[in-house]
Design a protein around this ligand. Structure first.
Ligand code: GTP
Ligand code: 3PG
Length: 246
């Protein structure tokens, strides 16, 4: 099999999307299954719309085994693959990376649950990667989650430059993994990338933004009582003597 040389000028976004069923389990205390599915789909559509508007991206590849997600991806001009799509976040991204290596593309991977993402956020990561001189050389650029636990965007030249392992605390291990490959990671903090919705507290923080996106309108439509119920849940869930918060 021939492998085309990777270039930081040829970047494909890889977005793993689990799909309608089983999404956002960690929000189960705040949302029922239908609400969780609807929120996951709304965020995914918002992210796909944003990525379609990033001028530096050549392509977008959605890794999913879900037919509804696949149809949504096509609507925004994204390609779809189901290779390794049911092997968790890490498996799905690794499957996408393998394909991009064969095709000579660098990879930026982002999850589908970044409700405040804007095209300029993605452009910032790409600019940082290029400024770090990754063109023609292996490079690794990462934008952490706001709590510095998650890895919310990773850009690699070539697409498989560093073995990835997503999980509850992947940011610092990913820095170590890059250094183990002899690559000094570039870290770029981007608020619109750092904010994802994993836990009920994230949902409460998102409600306050009153974002005029699909996801923002959806949570606003959960009704006037929703934010009070969410606040009550967070109050109950907070350790005694502490304010609800991260
Ligand atoms: N294709 C694919 N994508 C996945 C899989 N697991 C997670 N993802 C995606 O990876 C990104 C981060 O997902 P997580 O926050 O870990 O999982 P989640 O389903 O969104 O939420 P939880 O169920 O609460 O963990 C999201 O875009 C998910 O849709 C999987 O098995 N296959
Ligand atoms: O390693 C990570 O960044 C996580 O797997 C991403 O998923 P989450 O932040 O949505 O849990």
């Amino acid at each position: 099999m021939s492998i085309a040389p990777a270039s930081a000028d040829r970047i494909c976004a890889v977005v793993p999307i689990k799909g309608v069923v089983g999404a956002k389990q960690r929000l189960a205390a705040a949302l029922d299954a239908d609400q969780r599915s609807a929120l996951a789909m709304a965020m995914a559509e918002d992210v796909l719309e944003v990525l379609a508007a990033v001028p530096e991206l050549f392509r977008v590849l959605v890794v999913t085994a879900d037919a509804t997600v696949a149809a949504l991806a096509s609507k925004y001009g994204a390609e779809v693959t189901d290779a390794q799509a049911s092997e968790g976040h890490t498996g799905a991204v690794t499957g996408g990376a393998r394909r991009l290596v064969r095709e000579g593309f660098s990879m930026i991977t982002l999850p589908g649950d970044l409700p405040l993402l804007a095209p300029a956020d993605v452009s910032r990561v790409i600019a940082a990667h290029r400024a770090a001189g990754a063109d023609g050389h292996p490079g690794f650029t990462i934008a952490p989650a706001r709590d510095f636990q998650g890895s919310n965007a990773i850009l690699m030249t070539p697409a498989d430059a560093v073995p990835l392992r997503f999980g509850s605390n992947s940011f610092y291990p990913h820095l170590d993994a890059a250094r183990a490959q002899g690559i000094e990671p570039t870290v770029v903090e981007v608020p619109g990338i750092g904010f994802d919705i994993d836990e009920p507290q994230d949902l409460a923080d998102f409600l306050i933004t009153t974002a005029q996106t699909r996801a923002g309108r959806l949570v606003a439509d959960f009704g006037p009582d929703f934010s009070a119920r969410l606040a009550a849940h967070l109050e109950r869930a907070a350790p005694a003597g502490m304010e609800a918060g991260r």
